[in-house]
Design a protein around this ligand. Structure first.
Ligand code: MF3
Ligand code: CO
Length: 248
């Protein structure tokens, strides 16, 4: 069942989303060569708590860190530690916060210092793929319309679409129905209604879309070591489009 949120709930989701957005803005200037991922994770937790929220990732199915920090060929769920950011890396911060029982979820990939043309390419086009998906959202559209828009954009720019990981509903739980895949057929899947809240999150690769799980049982990487980008917003479905909850 995909539940429809009341305006009171949407206001809380808006506040949670805003905290996630502000956390991204707060962390961005720290993403420089030499900082450890643990230092970024600590700063994130401190900021989220100061906003009156809690980091939703911490303890989620046993996840050990506060936010997910994934570098280069790491696609998702990288765990903070002693690793330092290097000039030329791309780093994805996937930040989830829970405010008064409601979650916000947004991932963004950032360049560290001067990055390669491949890195610039994956960043630019994964972000644009997210906006292609967002463009088709409105009451009456189907999940497959979003999936198809993202896949079509990725194909046009010869990027790999990761099939095993999807967007999702958001509410009192971080992951709710429906799944929102980044590939699929237009006109298929659940129909979206005004007041549904979903996270759309293309995860694209420069090379093959095949992935594997690291020995830590969390970090997911590309098989071929190619760069991966990840951009995600949580949005409310509206009659005339969508409202981004994790944006400015
Ligand atoms: N934004 C991530 C997702 O949608 C949240 C991961 S929480 C974690 O998958 F605990 F799995 F890391
Ligand atoms: Co998500």
């Amino acid at each position: 069942m995909i539940n429809i949120k009341s305006e009171r709930e949407i206001e809380l989701l808006r506040q949670a989303g805003h905290i996630v957005y502000e956390t991204h803005q707060y962390l961005k200037p720290f993403l420089k060569e030499g900082i450890t991922t643990k230092e970024i994770d600590d700063l994130a937790a401190e900021f989220i708590k100061k906003c009156g929220a809690t980091p939703s990732c911490k303890g989620y199915q046993g996840y050990p860190a506060n936010i997910c920090i994934s570098i280069n060929d790491e696609v998702v769920h990288g765990i903070a530690g002693r690793r330092k950011l290097k000039n030329g890396d791309i780093v994805t911060l996937d930040i989830c916060a829970c405010y008064k029982g409601y979650h916000g979820d947004s991932a963004w990939s950032y360049p560290v210092g001067n990055v390669s043309s491949d890195a610039k390419y994956i960043l630019e086009h994964t972000e644009k793929a997210l906006y292609e998906g967002l463009k088709v959202v409105k009451a009456g559209c189907r999940v497959g319309d979003i999936s198809h828009a993202i896949e079509e954009y990725a194909n046009k720019y010869h990027l790999g679409v990761i099939k095993e990981l999807t967007g999702h509903g958001v509410g009192n739980h971080l992951h709710e129905e429906p799944n929102v895949p980044n590939y699929g057929k237009a006109g298929t899947g659940p129909i979206l209604k005004e007041g549904m809240v979903i996270a759309i999150e293309p995860m694209l690769t420069i090379g093959s879309p095949d992935i594997y799980m690291e020995d830590d049982d969390w970090t997911i990487k590309t098989d071929d070591g190619s760069l991966s980008g990840h951009f995600e917003h949580t949005v409310v479905v509206r009659n005339d489009g969508c409202e981004i909850l994790t944006g400015e």
